[in-house]
Design a protein around this ligand. Sequence first.
Ligand SMILES: NC(=O)C1=CN([C@@H]2O[C@H](COP(=O)(O)OP(=O)(O)OC[C@H]3O[C@@H](n4cnc5c(N)ncnc54)[C@H](OP(=O)(O)O)[C@@H]3O)[C@@H](O)[C@H]2O)C=CC1
Ligand SMILES: Cc1cn([C@H]2C[C@H](O)[C@@H](COP(=O)(O)OP(=O)(O)O[C@H]3O[C@@H](C)C(=O)[C@@H](O)[C@H]3O)O2)c(=O)[nH]c1=O
Length: 289
Amino acid sequence: MNILITGSNGQLGSEIRTLSSQYGGHAFVYTDVAELDITDGLVVRQFCVDHQIHGIVNCAAYTAVDKAETDEAMARRINVLGAENLAKAAVEVGAAMVHISTDYVFNGRANVPMKEDDAIDPIGVYGQTKAEGEQAVLASGADALVVRTSWLYSAFGSNFVKTIRKYGVERGHLKVVFDQVGTPTYARDLAKACLDIITSGERISAKGNVYHYSNEGAISWFDFAHAIIELSGISCTIEPVGSDQFPTAARRPNYSVMDKGKIKSDFGIAIPYWRESLVACIGRLSCGE
Ligand SMILES: NC(=O)C1=CN([C@@H]2O[C@H](COP(=O)(O)OP(=O)(O)OC[C@H]3O[C@@H](n4cnc5c(N)ncnc54)[C@H](OP(=O)(O)O)[C@@H]3O)[C@@H](O)[C@H]2O)C=CC1
Ligand SMILES: Cc1cn([C@H]2C[C@H](O)[C@@H](COP(=O)(O)OP(=O)(O)O[C@H]3O[C@@H](C)C(=O)[C@@H](O)[C@H]3O)O2)c(=O)[nH]c1=O
């Protein structure tokens, strides 16, 4: 298969790059905005024709949650129009598509892990545009899957793990919210799941169109920060605070843990516990990788 990876300089795209050599027999075409701007529908279509694309993993997105509140048009352009352009091109060339979405499509008021068919109700612009992007992909008629993930981190790009390590060293004392609970996801684990799915066979959406993938377990951002500092060997105290004491431009869901049963049973995917994966990522960061 010829597999197009969009947004391939980001966290997930970079992890896919590092893993894809394990998927022999497939040719990968890596693009980011400089090579393929997904918001240009004509260019996207022609690119897929010219490169005889059989599979797409859309890692491109607008991911700045707070900035999106005042930059809605751009967030919508990338997260909705971009996703729709790729899905329409997938229909035209007969390609399968894995599209990545987020736990932030939920309102956070549940108290048990969300299933794929639970109602979505985003509370911020980023989540709203990601929800519209999901709908555009699902309405396109493409052989497409939406994989919702949460709290992504990686050795690449910017993320909570790197921010906490940096602030921990610089400041020695941090305040981190304890009333937002979810599950971290190591982008390397998600990259493997995406590659397993896109290379899985004839029709990837045969069993379902929406799947949840995060690491296993459930913690607050405070617990996550605590583990990051501890595993990094940084001397820093962390104070648990409520969201009202850590004001941000965008509201975040209070509870966004997702049920992963469907992806495990339909695709036979094994999911690591969050702490094991955090240990692996911090090992890489500590080696300067
Ligand atoms: N980060 C997280 O915590 C989470 C992310 N997700 C979802 O997972 C997916 C991957 O996220 P992640 O790897 O963290 O994202 P990143 O922000 O790390 O990477 C996204 C990449 O897309 C690129 N991009 C932006 N606009 C365009 C465009 N018009 N055309 C092509 N490429 C573009 C970005 O370039 P540039 O940097 O130049 O803008 C960047 O390289 C996204 O769909 C995201 O919504 C879901 C849950 C959690
Ligand atoms: C850095 C920091 C953050 N926080 C809070 C702010 C926020 O409520 C929470 C998470 O912080 P961040 O802003 O780094 O994370 P955020 O950008 O909200 O992360 C989200 O990104 C998008 C793309 C997603 O799709 C989500 O799944 C999720 O990963 O922790 C603290 O309380 N103390 C701190 O020192």
